[in-house]
Write a protein of this length. Structure first.
Length: 442
């Protein structure tokens, strides 16, 4: 997938409506919107494509002055802003028309002055005509007359997009149908190293990394092209036990994490080598598989294995004993901190996706069914015996098969599992979920 050269970056102090504007322009609810200052911590990036322009829209944390020597989460959030500005084609400098000009706005204006030709001044929260004239109060910043909008009420958005498109380079052709990337979701409990793994995969400080649980709030997605494969990797907030989730931002973050699992192709369940296979890990794994997503168990912090005194064989055996319902899921060992095991993880992603997206010839499916039934016939202890006729594949992602029988009610769950295991083993679905559906023969 070719790089998109144009980046439109939204910047402003906290609580001026940057995430609301981001959601409005992307027509999503991707960014968490909350009255709590500092809700957005990482950069959110989404591609926007029309027949004339294609660009990345970037939402940034609220800008506040923090000394460079600081190592807090807030200081790392400010680093995300500077990263965004480095690659900006256009900067949407967002202001609050109801509050008026503040010292923080003046500080941001000083930061942006060397990039003046890229800046579009935007006066947000202009919810009615009474605020319209207040936009001229911002002229002293030296960026011209702002565009008055209300991101929440969808007022003035067309004026803003027209001004933005006028400064963007135009596409030379219609939209190009690029190969669909593999959608990867990094999931797991808080503080297992998901953000650090994302940074290691793309070799960049894309997500904020901190020892404080719950640092990641929004779901952060990034494109990576490797081994001739496009990956769309989503770093999600950690999912805690339901009873531990607090109302507000954490609840929204958990909901986004769950929704990202549902929309992904493959989920990487990250486990901490110092605390492997907790009940919450198993709960998340069960949710992933019940959603029929491809799944990989990744044991992170493996650089501590010698210090802890554990081996790969011991951990494999222990994980298999805990995740009995996921005995086909591949296990990878890595260290996001030391960037080891990354190439193995990427190869495993390609393997799982290729199986999850595979179509099998019908004669091979029926040969497998015949052999499986011949080897282990269904029970005949009941007054009415199960009879199995034919099978066919009727879907992919995950692979789905319909098996014709005399009466679906006669298929015991243990025999269902037997057929599923044989299909997985003999048809090459060794590392991905499959679904069997039993229907009466007409």
């Amino acid at each position: 997938m070719p790089d998109i050269k144009s980046n439109v970056v939204i910047i402003g102090r906290p609580n001026v409506g940057k995430s609301t504007l981001f959601n409005r322009l992307t027509k999503t609810r991707k960014a968490i919107v909350h009255f709590t200052e500092g809700t957005t911590r990482d950069r959110l990036i989404t591609k926007i494509a029309t027949s004339n322009v294609t660009y990345n829209l970037v939402d940034t944390p609220g800008y506040i002055y923090i000394p460079k020597s600081s190592e807090t989460i807030a200081s790392k959030s400010q680093g995300q802003i500077h990263q965004g500005l480095k690659s900006a084609t256009i900067i949407l400098f967002l202001l609050d028309i109801q509050t008026g000009l503040t010292n923080e706005d003046i500080t941001i204006a000083s930061l942006l002055r060397p990039m003046k030709e890229k800046v579009i001044l935007v006066a947000n929260k202009s919810d009615n005509s009474n605020y319209e004239m207040s936009k001229f109060d911002f002229l002293e910043l030296g960026f011209g007359t702002p565009i008055a909008i209300s991101a929440y009420h969808n007022i003035g958005i067309s004026n803003l997009t027209n001004a933005t498109y006028a400064l963007l380079p135009k596409s030379n052709s219609k939209l190009i149908n690029n190969p669909t990337p593999i959608k990867i979701t990094l999931s797991g409990r808080p503080n297992t190293g998901k953000s650090m793994l994302l940074n290691s995969l793309i070799n960049s400080e894309r997500s904020i990394v901190s020892e404080v649980p719950g640092t990641t709030r929004d779901s952060i997605d990034t494109m990576l092209v490797t081994n001739n494969t496009s990956l769309q990797i989503v770093d999600t907030a950690g999912i805690r036990r339901r009873g531990k989730i607090t109302k507000g931002i954490e609840k929204f973050s958990s909901m986004r994490s769950i929704n990202n699992i549902l929309s992904s192709h493959i989920c990487i369940l990250l486990l901490d080598s110092t605390e492997i296979a907790t009940n919450q890990d198993m709960h998340i794994a069960d949710y992933i598989l019940s959603s029929s997503r491809g799944m990989i168990i990744a044991i992170n912090k493996w650089d501590l294995a010698t210090e802890i005194g554990i081996s790969k064989d011991e951990i494999r055996k222990y994980v298999r004993s805990k995740f009995k319902f996921a005995n086909f899921v591949p296990i990878c060992f890595l260290s996001a901190l030391k960037k080891t095991g990354i190439s193995e993880l990427i190869e495993t992603i390609q393997l799982v996706y290729s199986q999850w997206n595979t179509t099998i010839e019908n004669n091979l499916i029926n040969d497998t069914l015949l052999e499986s039934v011949y080897k282990t016939p269904p029970s005949t202890k009941r007054t009415k015996s199960l009879k199995i006729y034919t099978a066919e594949q009727d879907g992919i992602c995950p692979p789905r098969f319909t098996i014709k029988v005399n009466d679906p009610e006669l298929v015991h769950f243990s025999y269902h599992r037997h057929l599923e295991n044989d299909f997985r083993r003999f048809l090459g679905f060794t590392h991905c979920p499959i679904k069997l559906n039993f229907k009466p023969k007409v």
